[in-house]
Design a protein around this ligand. Structure first.
Ligand SMILES: NC(=O)c1ccc[n+]([C@@H]2O[C@H](COP(=O)([O-])OP(=O)(O)OC[C@H]3O[C@@H](n4cnc5c(N)ncnc54)[C@H](OP(=O)(O)O)[C@@H]3O)[C@@H](O)[C@H]2O)c1
Length: 309
């Protein structure tokens, strides 16, 4: 009988990508049946999964009781947590992650794959203390390690669709598209087409379980500087672009509340010591290619999404 994989965030970008990849993968689609988790299984994004034979279970990561029902019987679990954006001092993301880790432990899960990130406070030696959406994921990772649940940690890079979905490239009156960052144009962004590629990295972890247990996979296509991001954008779209480095206070004034400081420090971290503290992507790329996959480049992402840019 096939093994059960439970996918959190099934209605979102990362969980959705994981489900699509498993369904389309010749080996994994035979090896695993999929259970998708949503707080509201009646919503269209959840209902759409039923057509593909995905079992739907309703659960909320804040309720351990609901998690027991969600995780029971699972061989593997994919976990993505989300921050309580804008709620200063909230540790909801950490609690959600710990709850899932505890229930995975109790339920005898054989492979927990967690969408993690680095601890910015620690890696910046305390210089940048206000990036809880990174730090809390790193603390969840630490907690999972302490429980002894067999686990792999996949650290997604900077989403390519940050540029296309959040209006980060703004069209000015002169028809020039401006990318404004509080850091220099040479800072390196490890980019990932999250909706297409997160599933590929998870598939690589599933196909190489024993090799990847306890390790961190860096899920990104390549490191890109803003200059290359804009040059390739110009090439694909024919639009003119410019890079502007903003003063920290000016940058923050565009983002209301505690998010301003968080996003500022997040970018300062990308500049120094670096999103992955300068680690090479080679090993993760090699794992991906031996699993039969290749990451999407920024240029292909733009070409594929040209009509919606
Ligand atoms: N933007 C970037 O460049 C970047 C880079 C690296 C990492 N990230 C991280 O990526 C994460 C977002 O991933 P995504 O884009 O896949 O998210 P998304 O598309 O917003 O989806 C979030 C999913 O989480 C589920 N969810 C939320 N709260 C839940 C709860 N209490 N219990 C159970 N399920 C819950 C939602 O399901 P229902 O609503 O159906 O319940 C939804 O499917 C964030 O943590 C962010 O920090 C972002």
């Amino acid at each position: 009988m096939s093994k059960l994989i439970t996918v959190f965030g099934a209605t979102g970008q990362q969980g959705g990508a994981v489900i699509r990849t498993i369904l389309q993968d010749e080996t994994l689609s035979k090896e695993f049946r999929i259970r998708g988790i949503s707080r509201d299984t009646s919503k269209p994004a959840a209902q759409a999964l039923l057509k593909h034979g995905v079992e739907l279970v309703s659960a909320d990561m804040s309720s351990k009781e609901s998690l027991l029902k969600a995780i029971q019987g699972s061989h593997s679990v994919f976990l993505v947590t989300t921050p309580a954006w804008g709620v200063a001092g909230s540790d909801a993301e950490l609690i959600h992650g710990k709850n899932v880790a505890d229930v995975a432990k109790e339920s005898g899960v054989q492979h927990l794959i967690f969408s993690s990130l680095l601890d910015v406070t620690k890696e910046s030696d305390g210089r940048l203390k206000h990036v809880p959406h990174f730090d809390q994921k790193a603390h969840v990772e630490q907690y999972i390690r302490s429980t002894g649940v067999p686990a792999t940690f996949i650290l997604p890079g900077y989403f390519m669709n940050n540029y296309t979905s959040f209006g980060m490239l703004r069209k000015g009156e002169d028809d020039v598209y401006t990318l404004a960052y509080p850091i220099g144009k040479d800072a390196l962004f490890p980019l990932i087409d999250i909706a297409a590629d997160m599933g590929k990295f998870v598939a690589a972890a599933l196909k190489n379980r024993s090799e990847t247990l306890g390790t961190q996979i860096l899920a990104a296509a390549e490191y890109y500087a803003a200059t290359r991001i804009l040059a390739e954008y110009e090439e694909v779209t024919g639009r003119k672009t410019q890079f502007v480095q903003l003063d920290s206070e000016v940058y923050k004034s565009f983002i209301p509340g505690p998010m301003g400081q968080e996003m500022l420090e997040n970018h300062l971290f990308i500049e120094k010591p670096g999103y992955y503290v300068g680690r090479s992507l080679k090993e993760s790329q090699a794992l991906l290619s031996k699993s039969g996959y290749q990451a999407t480049s920024w240029k292909s992402f733009l070409e594929q999404n040209k009509s919606s840019l």
